[in-house]
Design a protein around this ligand. Structure first.
Ligand SMILES: *Cc1c(COP(=O)(O)O)cnc(C)c1O
Length: 418
């Protein structure tokens, strides 16, 4: 191992301001879903430009409530991508519905709007798109399809805080929202964090009312209202609810993180542009493109290489003190979605073979060929240069590659264990 310190793949920018903020609710004595959560919701809504924002315990909970709120029920189908963190598909399964996987666009790694209509069936009740790694989907194209077929559009914006999309000739932040509901994550792997946490934004008062009720056991009178009441009141539970609350301690931290957000995005865009310039001359490495309708926050910077090189390059970099991650997973290749009825392919008449699917070729390619490089707010140019140099060594001199790894791993090898 080298004596130079390890460069992590990601690291939250968090410190004294957040530590101080966390003292507020602790010393005030109101520690869950109280005034700090309400203030965080208002500030978040103002930032993304939405009418409502409802804080919850994490983005997976947000997606579950969002799908339920637009009416997804047991036996329904929801059109989405396999190429996403597994929580996307899981949120559909929580509703008793079946995820219908549509392939991604090979450039943006987001749902390919041209493949959606073929996937629509009489049981389709929603479209769940993912702004993967912060890169906005083509919202104009998606909304056109959703409107023609009368389907609600939910946005998995877990990674996309601060990303912008060109819509109606203007740049707008993800989360306005453009579909019916957008869901955000504050997990430490995203660009701002509350430890864990999520946010649901919408412009529809009825959708906001539903998710707000369900996040706290469907309690008809909230703690805050009861606390302030001058007359004795008894709450009721009109329907099934959940405990998906955010704490005031998390919200206090989140309010400080929001203040840092503009600086975080500026720095990430600067580092990403610098990566793309430096990587342009490397053999067999393709930097991630940004489509003309999108301004990403670069939650992840994912290069593309050859299938046979992915693990070797990652191992070489690890041995030189640089952490990387394999690109986004494919849910359809996981054992959790290994049974024939746990998902459906969006291409009619598809015969799934061995967990693999010929219609999800771009998704599988993205998983097998992508490498996420280190990118975090406090990363220095010197650290970035080290990453690029190490990558150059790996692709220029294959003899540097660790001999222990079989570098000609075939793209389907990993399926034999499933
Ligand atoms: C992180 C992530 C989630 C889950 O977010 P949590 O807050 O950890 O529940 C869902 N979808 C995508 C695309 C993600 O990246």
């Amino acid at each position: 191992m080298p004596d130079t310190p390890l460069i992590p793949v990601a690291k939250p920018w968090i410190g004294e301001a957040e530590a101080d903020a966390a003292r507020r609710p602790i010393l005030a004595g109101w520690v869950t879903q109280g005034p700090e959560v309400a203030a965080f919701e208002n500030e978040f809504a103002a930032y993304v430009g939405s009418r409502y924002a409802c804080a919850v315990s994490n983005c997976t909970a947000a997606l579950h409530l969002a799908l339920r709120a637009v009416g997804v029920v047991s036996g329904d189908e929801v059109i989405t991508v396999s190429h996403s963190f597994i929580a996307t598909a899981n949120s559909i399964a929580y509703c008793g519905a079946v995820p219908v996987f549509v392939d991604i666009d090979a450039n943006t790694f987001n749902i390919d709007p041209n493949r959606i209509e073929a996937a629509i069936s009489p049981r389709t009740s929603a479209i769940l798109c993912v702004h993967q790694m912060g890169m906005p989907c083509d919202m104009e194209a998606l909304l056109k399809i959703a409107q023609v077929h009368g389907l609600p559009l939910i946005e998995d914006a877990a990674c996309a805080i601060g990303s912008e999309v060109r819509y109606d000739g203007r740049w707008e932040r993800i989360g306005r929202p453009h579909g019916q509901i957008a869901c955000f994550s504050f997990h430490p792997r995203k660009i701002v964090t509350t430890g864990d946490g999520g946010m649901i934004t919408t412009s529809d008062p009825e959708l906001d009312r539903r998710v707000r009720l369900w996040r706290q056991h469907s309690m008809s009178i909230s703690d805050t209202v009861r606390h302030q009441a001058t007359r004795v009141t008894f709450e009721a539970y009109p329907e099934l609810g959940f405990n998906y609350r955010m704490t005031d301690i998390q919200a206090a931290v989140g309010r400080e993180q929001l203040k840092r957000l503009p600086e975080i995005i500026e720095r990430r865009r600067d580092l990403a542009a610098r990566y793309s310039r430096l990587l342009a001359e490397l053999r067999n490495i393709i930097p991630p493109p940004e489509p003309c309708f999108a301004r990403t926050n670069w939650q992840s910077y994912c290069i593309r290489t050859e299938r046979t090189q992915q693990a070797c390059i990652m191992q070489h970099m690890l041995e030189h003190g640089i952490a990387t991650r394999r690109a986004i997973m494919c849910s359809h290749r996981e054992v959790a979605y290994g049974t024939p009825d746990s998902w459906r392919c969006g291409s009619p008449g598809c015969l799934k073979v061995n967990g693999s699917c010929e219609h999800l070729r771009n998704s599988e390619y993205a998983q097998d060929c992508g490498i996420i490089l280190p990118l975090f707010h406090e990363m220095t140019y010197a650290e970035q240069d080290r990453v690029v140099e190490c990558l150059r060594e790996a692709v220029d001199r294959p003899e540097n590659m660790p001999a222990a790894l079989v570098c000609a791993r075939s793209s389907t090898d990993h399926l034999t264990s499933a």
